[in-house]
Design a protein around this ligand. Structure first.
Ligand SMILES: Cc1ncc(COP(=O)(O)O)c(C=O)c1O
Length: 382
């Protein structure tokens, strides 16, 4: 089987993990957590980086620190991995789903703008714009854009919306480590951004996450609340209900080994992307995800669009080439099917029916990539 997207252990991971085991620092305290946070902070250019146990926890805490609760509405894409919506649901907020752009597959910011214009009113409260849904009086508490497959959302337009309506952005940049726009890293534009180190991500700690923010207060609070809100380590005095969302030292040790090799991993991802694009362009009805000119995406998981997706998926999997459709859109999942879904053309469902992801691990051998390419060409008789 040629796998879809697996970890690539090529650095000091073994040595660092052995150090944890040798010294007994395997759990929730230890220097690797600090070192990993520092490395991600430096790489992304974020002022602060706070490690946590996974991306979902990072999103939950971010929403929590943006004061999102059951009186709020949060705007999110219909085309995403379920964790985006789950993390919002944990806060009790109501969710508005927005369709995707047909070409970039990212949240359609024009639909957000239209929906806000028609359905909300903005008041100045404590000197700041604050936006409420006219019908329910609920506050629009946050927008959670997702960098689908590590590509860039229309961040400039989102920032304008955020500023005009006073709605914070919590960036689900879980898939976007290594993606930049005009040299600024994904997840560093909004109030917070979140990176995931899940097993299939561009680098992995097995499971892990990182909250990025430039806001000192949020950073301090994020560290505090993800580590059980312990004020006094001797007397175990906790000053609020916190979470045990820590990234443990042994996983941070793996993360440090991974990020130290990130330039090699990222370079290989881009080579893989370049080869697939060159080999597959012009074949039948194949179309690629469109990225804006000023963005430099991480090419995390190679995905293309074809009306024959379903048949091709079965064909490739039967040949031992692991392939996958995009996520079932949120409005098709039982727990989210009754949410208000804002769409004019339902592109997210078309994309789900037509997009296929193919092997893109950074340790994919050249000979295996050739096998994938020729299988796809064979399928289309090219
Ligand atoms: C778009 C998106 N959001 C959220 C997550 C959640 O991250 P994690 O699996 O680290 O909880 C993931 C990845 O798994 C994801 O792809």
């Amino acid at each position: 089987m040629i796998p879809l997207s697996v970890p690539n252990i090529i650095g000091n991971e073994w040595e660092y993990v052995k150090d944890c085991l040798d010294t007994g620092w395997i759990s929730s305290a230890g220097e690797y957590v600090n070192k990993f946070e520092l490395a991600i902070k430096d790489y992304t250019g974020s002022k602060y980086a706070i490690a946590c146990m996974n991306g979902t926890a990072g999103l939950h805490i971010s929403l929590n620190l943006a004061n999102i609760g059951s009186d709020d509405i949060v705007i999110a894409p219909n085309l995403t991995f379920v964790a985006t919506l789950n993390s919002i649901s944990y806060t009790g907020a109501q969710i508005i789903l927005i369709d995707a752009f047909n070409d970039s597959w990212q949240i359609d910011v024009n639909l957000i703008q239209k929906w806000l214009e028609k359905n909300t009113e903005t008041k100045i409260i404590n000197g700041k714009p604050t936006t409420f849904q006219k019908s329910s009086g609920k506050k629009i508490g946050a927008i959670v854009p997702v960098y689908v497959l590590g590509g860039f959302v229309e961040i400039d337009k989102l920032l304008k919306i955020s500023y005009k309506y006073g709605i914070p952005l919590i960036e689900d940049s879980t898939e976007a480590l290594g993606s930049f726009k005009n040299k600024k890293h994904a997840g560093t534009f909004g109030l917070t951004g979140v990176i995931s180190f899940n097993g299939n991500k561009i680098i992995s700690t097995g499971g892990g996450g990182m909250i990025l923010t430039d806001n000192e207060k949020i950073a301090i609070k994020a560290k505090h609340i993800t580590t059980t809100a312990k004020k006094d380590p001797l007397h175990y005095f906790h000053d609020e209900i916190g979470y045990n969302y820590r990234l443990v030292n042994i996983l941070a040790a793996i993360g440090l080994g991974q990020i130290e090799k990130f330039s090699t991993i990222l370079k290989r991802k881009k080579e893989i992307d370049f080869i697939y694009r060159s080999e597959l362009s012009g074949i039948a009805d194949i179309k690629f995800q469109k990225n804006s000119a000023s963005s430099n995406p991480n090419c995390w998981l190679f995905t293309f669009r074809t009306k024959k997706m379903s048949k091709l998926l079965n064909y490739l999997n039967s040949k031992g080439i692991q392939s996958r459709p995009l996520w079932t859109p949120m409005n098709r999942l039982p727990m989210y099917s009754k949410l208000n879904y804002i769409s004019e053309n339902d592109y997210s469902n078309q994309l789900y029916e037509e997009c296929i992801s193919i092997p893109s691990s950074s340790n994919l051998k050249q000979s295996d990539q050739e096998i994938v390419v020729s299988a796809i060409k064979n399928f289309y008789n090219k």
